[in-house]
Design a protein around this ligand. Structure first.
Ligand code: MSP
Length: 502
């Protein structure tokens, strides 16, 4: 039934779509850990998936380098902030390279191309009457780089950073008229029900916006390490306003070719604790500057480690590079993508990682490829018919899951096919067959392995490459997911893909 017939929905063949995905830009006071790697790997998977489908993709990540927190971190190691941020941002790039992150651009907020845009946007929102000078008094958390409201303070400390002292700031500041946008934001959420994603996080934002919005302090008088506030050089730009603008500065707003092609972002991936900045402040700034808002802000949950909050004090911070060295990059990627639904909180433990390696990676996938390629040594490339095996591949379902960012369900669905293929080996017992019947079974199996190699490529890029190498084929695209009558590769069985671990 699938002979020569593409399994791709006609829809995906139409005009070339664009896809713009972003990660938060990371503070450079810290080395990248599991939390940072998580958002970045998910963004990478989405970018690779859409590239695989032949879309025009732009994947942006970068570093957030201004503000009090970074200034302090630089001081504490006796370095000038610029030198310090140069070094840490390089470390980020190196780590992303090790983890196979295929970003298209890496923006640093200390770059001129960014600073220029920040200043222009501030001038624009000022022209539109949304900035005024005032005085602010409040408790500031350098961990969050924001003023805290009463409900965010527990026992005199910020609830997210209990180890830091809150700082009482009383200073002249410039305000952005955030309050002016309350109605417009509520209407926008109503008209764009997918903007606040996943849906279960929407009510919290909507209810808070309904309670009323306070104008936002967007400049700091006594902080040097920041972009000079264009309306008053004795101030610097508030680090969150500076940071959010990266999503358009990297594209060369307002006239850049990339801006015209890729904006609005299809999805900003963020952690739940920075959802407010992206879902409320960012669209309000864009409304004021007359720039279209992004299509979606997807806020994911937090990882704990063996049931505890990940923290330096507890000494349980998971270093993605150390884990990848011990078990492989793809094993680490697979675990964090597969373990929890994207959006929910999750718990990391080495034991669950090992379970995934031994089960789904070694026993299901690795074993399948090894078995098939071992059998194929006798193969004479003749095909009689396509067995029902290909009916087990539900490509549209996989694609729908990916569209909805249900990454672990997409993987589960791919693994259904991996397991179906293993079952097909067991049931057809090719070792008992000969001649045409044998070659028919093996052909079906080779085609299944080829399709699996395509499907897993966004999630497990190294493994996919290894399979293609063993199949004697170049990496293929989504449009190659169809059953071919002739297998074009030259198989050379290689090493087992995943070793079981103790
Ligand atoms: N610089 C800001 C973002 C500005 S975006 C315009 C920032 N940086 S951060 O380095 O502190 O955090 C970046 C991301 O890492 C956030 O999305 C956050 O949710 C994520 N994580 C940090 N720890 C985490 C876990 N333990 N688990 C999952 N993600 C977490 O915020």
């Amino acid at each position: 039934m699938f002979q020569g017939v593409s399994l791709i929905d006609a829809k995906t063949k139409r005009a070339k779509k664009k896809f713009y995905v972003t990660t938060p830009i990371y503070y450079v006071n810290d080395s990248p850990h599991l939390g940072h790697a998580y958002t970045t790997i998910v963004a990478d998977v989405l970018a690779r998936w859409h590239k695989l489908k032949g879309e025009d993709v732009f994947f942006l990540t970068g570093t957030d380098e201004h503000g009090e927190k970074i200034e302090k971190a630089a001081n504490s190691v006796g370095k000038a902030p610029k030198k310090f941020t140069d070094e840490v941002s390089e470390r980020y790039k190196l780590i992303w390279k090790t983890l196979g992150i295929s970003y298209d651009d890496f923006i640093r907020t200390t770059e001129e191309r960014h600073e220029k845009v920040v200043k222009k946007i501030i001038e624009l929102i000022n022209k539109n009457g949304d900035i005024y000078k005032g005085f602010y008094e409040g408790l500031y958390c350098t961990g969050c780089e924001s003023f805290k409201t009463e409900t965010e303070i527990v026992n005199g400390k910020c609830k997210d950073h209990p180890s830091l002292e809150l700082k009482l700031l009383k200073e002249e500041t410039y305000f952005f008229r955030l309050s002016k946008y309350q109605k417009k934001l509520l209407q926008f959420y109503k008209d764009n029900p997918e903007f606040l994603s996943p849906v279960f996080r929407a009510p919290e934002i909507i209810n808070r916006v309904k309670e009323g919005l306070k104008d936002l302090s967007i400049s700091r008088k006594n902080l040097k390490w920041g972009i000079k506030f264009p309306l008053d050089n004795s101030h610097t730009v508030y680090v969150w306003l500076d940071a959010l603008i990266n999503y358009v500065s990297a594209l060369g707003w307002p006239d850049g070719k990339s801006f015209k092609k890729f904006w609005p972002a299809d999805v900003h991936l963020v952690g739940k604790e920075i959802n407010w900045f992206h879902s409320v402040i960012w669209p309000a700034i864009l409304f004021s500057a007359d720039i279209e808002p992004p299509k979606k802000v997807f806020s994911h949950g937090w990882w704990t480690v063996e049931g505890q909050k990940m923290s330096k004090t507890l000494g349980n911070v998971v270093d993605p590079i150390a884990v990848s060295k011990k078990y492989s990059v793809d094993a680490f990627r697979y675990f964090i993508l597969r373990q929890i639904p994207f959006g929910s909180d999750g718990d990391y433990s080495e034991n669950s990682l090992k379970e995934k390696i031994n089960g789904e990676l070694a026993a299901d996938l690795g074993n399948l490829v090894y078995r098939v390629l071992s059998l194929v040594e006798k193969f004479d490339k003749k095909i009689i018919g396509v067995d029902e095996l290909f009916g087990k591949l539900r490509l549209q379902k996989i694609d729908n899951h990916m569209e909805k960012l249900e990454i672990n369900s997409a993987i589960e669905e791919i693994w259904e096919f991996v397991r179906a293929t293993n079952k097909y080996v067991n049931e057809t017992e090719p070792w008992k067959k000969e001649k045409e019947e044998l070659s028919n079974i093996l052909h079906n199996l080779l085609e299944a392995v080829r399709v699996i190699a395509i499907l897993i490529s966004p999630f497990l890029p190294e493994t996919s490459e290894k399979i293609f190498e063993q199949l004697g084929l170049n990496p293929q695209k989504f449009s190659d997911i169809k059953f071919e009558k002739k297998f074009e590769g030259k198989v050379k069985k290689g090493k087992i893909l995943f070793q079981k671990v103790e």
